[in-house]
Design a binder for this molecule. Structure first.
Ligand code: GCO
Length: 478
């Protein structure tokens, strides 16, 4: 039932007249449908991607090696479950025009993507690769030509390997390297990009890359995690100040992964484990930036991070972002396990909790309502956007169709919870689906498909999935 038919049926019902057989059922079903207009005309809608996950052209036109190029090439690819890498990925570097045209055809108003640091500064600092700059200028220009607003993330995990060779995020010199990089982004693209995010998910890339070693640069250790944590947290303000100063009328934010946390029981140890997990997964990077310091009371291990603070860091770590992006996919149910370092907790296996995705993440739509409410409690935050939400399901392409009903239902259920938070006064102002198209899912390779658009990685043939058609129709309603 279209919106017009729904409105006409509502009018008939209002008169008390009888409805033709079956129309009431259609009306009730459609009444349950979430509508774009429910969110208001100023609500931002989009899709999200990231440079290493879609671009390919890993060593083309002067691009330098990134830590993800290095990590996926190491030991014959054994760092990646499927032995795959992002050398070609979605070949967005050569196919960006067709992809952005497809976004327009799908009525997508905004596209979130990231800049590859080593594509524009191959050595991380110093020499600028003009061909890299020119590529992003073409992408941004194409977005504007198709009526799509670019939302740009400065850092989505692909650090230049040349800087990692000097310690990467564990070397405090990176504050100056990062300032140089973000300044180049602002000067090169600030005239045509007004929506900026400094980081994508610090917990994910610092925890994955410098604590457990399952992500690039593949370091396992505590000292590396503590040092990198402080330098990344300090770099939020470094990048934010540069963008605020150099981008006229810039709207400057940053993004965090986040998860509602439950304790598996009311046992005191489990409850403390849940509190520690909340500090670790949701609070430790944003609270110092908000002027609240590291949450050491609830996560004592963070005292090891404070060791790396220098004079004035407590002041210089604070930055007043215009908005905060939250990125939620699932829930965490914490259970005490004393031998686990830092957290003394483990996750209750999601399969025990309910439906799971290809990533073995529990489908838990109420979770996005909970994290929006939790972040809205920080009164320093002016605006919130859901800058990532989505799911990987076992998509099958048959007769040019992907009937991904689970993903469509996932999006509807999560959007209902975003709307519930918004209707309760949470200042959530936008939503971006992760992801526009299937892409390289880090240590999982290409197996988990998150896209609204299916990609055949052998032919690079794109096919809009049924969820993408649903989102397109949803967005078509003005
Ligand atoms: C992240 C990253 C994305 C992922 C997506 C699915 O949140 O981990 O921003 O690059 O691909 O979230 O895991």
């Amino acid at each position: 039932m279209t919106r017009e038919e729904w409105l006409k049926t509502a009018a008939v019902i209002a008169t008390g007249a009888a409805l033709p057989k079956g129309v009431l059922a259609q009306f009730l079903a459609a009444s349950d449908e979430i509508k774009r207009s429910d969110f208001g005309k100023d609500f931002v809608w989009g899709t999200a991607t990231a440079s290493y996950q879609i671009e390919g052209a890993w060593n083309e036109d002067g691009k330098g090696e990134s830590i993800w190029d290095n990590f996926t090439h190491r030991k014959g690819g054994r760092k990646i479950k499927t032995r795959e890498n992002g050398d070609t990925a979605c070949d967005f570097y050569h196919r960006y025009e067709g992809d952005i045209e497809m976004m327009r055809k799908m009525n997508i108003p905004a596209s979130r993507f990231s800049i590859s640091w080593s594509r524009i500064l191959p050595d991380g600092t110093g020499r600028v690769n003009q061909k890299g700059i020119d590529f992003y200028k073409r992408v941004i220009e194409k977005c504007h030509k198709e009526g799509i607003e670019p939302w740009v993330t400065c850092y989505h995990w692909d650090l230049p390997q040349a800087l990692q060779n000097k310690g990467g995020w564990t070397n405090r010199d990176i504050l100056g390297w990062f300032e140089e990089y973000v300044s180049l982004c602002a000067k090169s693209f600030g005239d045509s990009v007004k929506k900026w995010m400094v980081f994508n998910e610090p917990m994910a890339f610092v925890g994955g890359g410098y604590l457990i070693g399952l992500h690039a640069p593949g370091i396992f250790g505590f000292k590396s995690f503590y040092k990198a944590t402080h330098h990344v947290t300090m770099s939020h303000a470094v990048g934010g100040k540069v963008l605020k100063n150099l981008v006229k009328d810039g709207d400057i934010g940053t993004t965090y992964s986040c998860s509602p946390i439950d304790s598996v029981s009311h046992n005191a140890l489990d409850m403390r484990a849940a509190k520690q997990a909340d500090a670790f997964l949701n609070r430790m990077y944003i609270e110092p930036v908000l002027g609240m310091g590291y949450p050491t009371k609830d996560l004592p291990a963070l005292r090891h991070v404070e060791k790396y603070m220098k004079a004035d860091d407590e002041k210089n770590i604070v930055f007043d972002f215009d908005f905060i992006g939250i990125q939620n996919y699932t829930r965490t149910v914490a259970q005490y396990l004393g031998i686990v370092p830092i957290l003394n907790a483990i996750n209750v296996p999601p399969k025990k909790l309910g439906q799971v995705t290809e990533m073995n993440w529990e489908v838990y739509p109420e979770g996005i309502y909970r994290v929006l409410k939790q972040f809205a409690d920080y009164k320093q935050i002016k605006r919130l956007y859901v800058t990532e939400n989505g799911a990987a399901f076992p998509d099958v392409l048959e007769n040019n169709t992907v009937n991904d009903t689970q993903r469509t239902q996932f999006l509807k259920d999560y959007l209902k919870n975003v709307l519930k938070a918004k209707n309760e006064g949470v200042n959530v102002e936008g939503y971006f689906v992760w992801s526009f198209m299937d892409n390289f899912e880090w240590a999982e390779g290409y197996k988990p498909r998150f896209g609204l658009v299916y990609n055949d990685f052998k032919t690079q043939q794109r096919t809009i999935k049924n969820s993408g058609k649903w989102y397109s129709n949803f967005l078509a309603e003005k």
